[in-house]
Ligand binder design. Structure first.
Ligand code: SAM
Length: 256
């Protein structure tokens, strides 16, 4: 079956690599799993027999037929649809579940947004990501990959790069290399007000990435609050830690 570019299809077939990925995910019997884009089911076959409950959501109808034929015992486990439109209550009514996938890179950000929206229902995520995107998710302050995405990811998750995967492993071979990444939620539930303020602050500061923070803070804080900040105002946005961003967010919340 020819890969379809519009669905972001780059398949993985190497047996050893797929076993390595399954080991990194470390699926156990009690797990409830959701795989995004099972494709031709090569990663799937390392997961589906191990856990008690598996669902795979696939947007390509041809692949859906292929998957149902390949795993006849699990026909109902494969759902046709767009992950971004999936309401997880339709598959796991009240249980937490784990999310995995060699996902289409063009919707990596929307997939992370979907996970954030359903944060309390998700136990952890393992995604294959374009290398640069993965580095941004995992980025630490004072490194070139550090940005708004890094701060938000750091707030929500412990982000671990578990494996580097060269582009030659994919078929067709993409232009970019990949990293396999684990996202472990740090919190039981998200304080939405805190998160929205953190997004506001990181948005405002990283918008002027090369400028000193004193410059952009004026856009979001009262003068008095800026004076109260226990921060060096000559720093640039990529030099601030998550805690320093949270300190600013708190003041934005109070000023608001
Ligand atoms: N898991 C397979 C593998 O590793 O070989 C396929 C990975 S391929 C990079 C991405 C898969 O996601 C494809 O099967 C594609 O059809 C599917 N897909 C694309 N957009 C999707 C969406 N919005 N929702 C669910 N699946 C999608």
């Amino acid at each position: 079956m020819q890969a379809k570019k519009r669905f972001g299809q780059n398949f993985l077939t190497d047996k050893k690599l797929l076993e390595d990925l399954a080991n990194l995910i470390n699926v156990v019997a009690k797990d409830k799993l959701l795989e995004i884009g099972p494709g031709k089911g090569d990663l799937t076959k390392n997961l589906i027999n191990v856990c008690n409950s598996y669902f795979g959501i696939e947007l390509d109808k041809d692949l859906l037929v292929f998957l149902r034929n390949k795993f006849p015992k699990y026909k109902n486990a494969f759902i046709y649809g767009d992950i971004l439109k999936l309401n997880p209550s339709e598959i796991y009514a009240s249980n937490q579940f784990r999310v995995v996938g060699n996902i289409p890179y063009n919707i990596s950000s929307p997939i992370l947004d979907w996970c954030e929206k359903h944060y309390e229902k998700i136990l952890d995520m393992h995604f294959m990501l374009q290398k640069e995107f993965a580095l941004r998710c995992a980025g630490n302050e004072k490194t070139s990959s550090y940005g708004r995405l890094s701060v938000i990811c750091k707030y929500l998750y412990k982000v671990t790069i578990t494996k580097e995967v060269s582009k030659e492993y994919f078929s067709p071979i993409p232009k970019v290399d990949s990293l396999f990444v684990r996202f472990s939620p740090k919190k039981k539930e998200v304080n939405q007000i805190e998160l929205q303020n953190l997004k506001k602050v990181t948005g405002a500061l990283f918008n002027k990435k090369r400028k000193k923070i004193s410059n952009s803070l004026q856009d979001i804080l009262k003068k008095e609050s800026i004076n109260n900040l226990d921060l060096n105002l000559n720093l640039r946005p990529d030099e601030l830690s998550l805690n320093e961003y949270l300190q600013i967010s708190k003041l934005v919340m109070n000023d608001g």
